[in-house]
Design a protein around this ligand. Structure first.
Ligand code: RB5
Length: 145
């Protein structure tokens, strides 16, 4: 029996239906830490982005997936954590590049500007793309203040 890898997910009210669809898609292959939110009731995106980052930093999850309307709020929140590299992706190509080049450990998707099927495809592309290392490793190591 192989142990499933774990992915953490979170969103605000703009992304909760996407969160459900992504969990449904991933549940067969991954264990999921679901940080919500679980309804359309208005919430504050940092309250859901931070727990996802904690799951990644504490190595409970291999990566995090965050959704809000534009993805900017969750991405800004996530990138406050020194060990988080969060990137916004709205196409599969960007989903691949933020892993290949930036080794993003949190994927942020703009729910209000991406169709659900597109969002699911971006998640799959991101998860199945390896980090290229090399010159990108050097650049990542320079991401600090
Ligand atoms: C919520 O209305 C919206 O501000 C939020 O989902 C996100 O777009 C923030 O960056």
């Amino acid at each position: 029996m192989t142990t499933k890898q774990t992915i953490a997910i979170g969103c605000d009210h703009a992304g909760y239906k996407y969160r459900e669809a992504i969990i449904d898609m991933l549940s067969e292959s991954y264990d999921i830490i679901d940080h919500g939110t679980k309804t359309a009731d208005s919430v504050d995106y940092p309250d859901f982005a931070k727990p996802v980052c904690h799951s990644v930093i504490e190595e409970e999850a291999i990566c995090g997936i965050l959704l809000c309307g534009t993805a900017n709020g969750v991405c800004m929140t996530a990138n406050k954590f020194p060990d988080i590299r969060a990137g916004i992706a709205w196409t599969e190509e960007i989903g691949a590049i933020i892993k290949q080049h930036n080794n993003a450990n949190v994927l942020c998707i703009p729910a209000r500007y991406t169709a659900i099927e597109q969002a699911k495809s971006i998640v799959n592309t991101y998860l199945n793309t390896p980090f290229e290392g090399g010159r990108h490793e050097r650049r990542i190591n320079k991401i600090c203040i």
